[in-house]
Ligand binder design. Structure first.
Ligand SMILES: *[C@@H]1O[C@H](CO)[C@@H](O)[C@H](O)[C@H]1NC(C)=O
Ligand SMILES: *[C@@H]1O[C@H](CO)[C@@H](O)[C@H](O)[C@H]1NC(C)=O
Ligand SMILES: *[C@@H]1O[C@H](CO)[C@@H](O)[C@H](O)[C@H]1NC(C)=O
Ligand SMILES: *[C@@H]1O[C@H](CO)[C@@H](O)[C@H](O)[C@H]1NC(C)=O
Ligand SMILES: *[C@@H]1O[C@H](CO)[C@@H](O)[C@H](O)[C@H]1NC(C)=O
Ligand SMILES: *[C@@H]1O[C@H](CO)[C@@H](O)[C@H](O)[C@H]1NC(C)=O
Length: 378
């Protein structure tokens, strides 16, 4: 739990970066990629392979102001590694701190005048919070670890205990939302403004065995969309705030985001992104190309018709849309390749392949191998 070097709050104004993409890979590296013009075309190149972030780097959260990538590690024990992005896009570890095991996702949140980072520990039925940035040479411990009771949990394999799969902020920045695949619920955690502690104040329950994995707020924050991994549902909830918590109005509506509303056998929903009124969901192990991206629109009432695009590789665990909405980059986990597609910012439709790159070691379908996450730093 030692800092590798002195870690100061960085306030350097960096020049606008060229398009840099960073990925975590379960082979123990974080890779820095550059997306550059190549005549009229685009080219993806690998700029750096940094061995860092423990044995199983799982997720990167970009802190925009300080240009720090916060990297979580799914190993036992886990680690949290802040990576400073340099002027040329290269990355350097500033510290490495021990965390509970099984970290898969993180989110930055404010509490009073302090900033915290929450980590979802899928493998540990817990959420930890760290005050960031780390300062001085002191040993860094989580400010808080919130452990969930091991019951209730769901009936399916993998549901032996609560499994928080993601943490994200609500639109008012007062709550951390945590989809829990193991216990078939979305946990709503209120942020204590005094000390950054997360206290569960409510939950959205799903039928047993549904396994919610990720979510996103859309429609000016009035709706929460979630994807469930074990039953393949995309669900929509109307949000309502009370004085003490965030809740939902009425029953949510759910549908399977596939052209014939039935996922092929063995296919599972993974990532979700909302851009304007467009939703993209990645489908792992789809029959076409080993993965696909489903694109649909919100009209406030129904979950609309779906357009599918092959993901250009196997097991698209995560993907990211650039700020302008003109490109969508998919991180195919098992085939270990990144594919950048054109995207129409008006319609949200995913277009042709613009660039592609194989990075690191390929993984087996169904194993914790290959590319685990992707972010775009623009
Ligand atoms: C980028 O900058 C780092 C130091 O900030 C340096 O070590 C590295 O060599 C540079 N890489 C390139 C490709 O210029
Ligand atoms: C930040 O909050 C602490 C505790 O509430 C307070 O003592 C301190 O003065 C605040 N600092 C600033 C810069 O507002
Ligand atoms: C979570 O990790 C801690 C060690 O950080 C361990 O003591 C505890 O038993 C783990 N809990 C679960 C449910 O895995
Ligand atoms: C931090 O640790 C380094 C190396 O041990 C030491 O040189 C430095 O003086 C320390 N800084 C502070 C602020 O304690
Ligand atoms: C839906 O489409 C997929 C892919 O074409 C196919 O595997 C599946 O059998 C279809 N399901 C139904 C119920 O038609
Ligand atoms: C992937 O899908 C195939 C059917 O196309 C299925 O047999 C296999 O079990 C699936 N793999 C995983 C890891 O879900």
């Amino acid at each position: 739990m030692k800092l590798l070097g002195q870690f100061l709050a960085l306030s350097l104004a960096l020049p606008a970066l060229a398009s840099n993409i960073y990925i975590t890979h379960y082979d123990g590296h974080v890779y820095a990629l550059a997306l550059d013009k190549d005549g009229d075309a685009l080219k993806l190149t690998e700029k750096q392979a940094l061995k860092t972030c423990g044995a199983m780097p799982s997720w990167l959260t970009l802190q925009e102001e300080s240009k720090i990538l916060w990297c979580t590690d799914e190993n036992t024990p886990g680690t949290l590694t802040p990576l400073q992005i340099g002027r040329n896009g290269s990355i350097k570890a500033l510290a490495e701190v021990t965390t509970p095991p099984g970290g898969v996702n993180s989110a930055i949140y404010p509490a009073g005048n302090k900033t915290f980072l929450a980590v979802a520990h899928y493998g540990n039925a817990s959420i930890s919070s760290f005050e960031i940035p780390f300062t001085g040479n002191k040993t860094i411990e989580p400010a808080h670890v919130h452990r969930f009771n091991l019951s209730p949990h769901g009936p399916k394999p993998g549901q032996e205990q609560p499994r928080p799969h993601q943490v994200f902020l609500d639109p008012k920045k007062e709550y951390i939302i945590a989809p829990d695949l193991g216990s078939d619920r979305i946990r709503i955690m209120k942020i204590d403004k005094k000390d950054g502690r997360l206290n569960q104040c409510g939950e959205i329950l799903y039928p047993a065995g549904v396994g919610p994995r990720q979510g996103v707020f859309m429609d000016d924050g009035s709706k929460l969309y979630t994807v469930s991994e074990l039953e393949g549902y995309l669900c929509r909830h109307d949000i309502a705030y009370t004085d003490s918590c965030l809740g939902v109005k009425g029953a949510g509506i759910c549908d399977v985001p596939y052209t014939n509303r039935t996922l092929p056998k063995g296919a599972t929903l993974s990532g979700i992104q909302g851009v304007g009124s467009t939703i993209h969901v990645s489908i792992r192990n789809d029959t076409q190309e080993g993965g696909s991206i489903a694109t649909l629109h919100t009209d406030g009432k129904a979950i609309g018709p779906v357009k599918l695009t092959g993901s250009g590789g196997s097991i698209p665990r995560t993907f990211v849309v650039n700020k302008q909405g003109t490109m969508l980059a998919v991180a195919n986990q098992a085939s270990s390749n990144v594919v950048v597609f054109a995207r129409d910012p008006k319609t949200g439709q995913v277009g042709k392949k613009l660039a592609e790159l194989k990075v690191g070691k390929e993984g087996k379908v169904g194993a914790a191998e290959g590319i685990s996450s992707i972010v775009w730093a623009e």
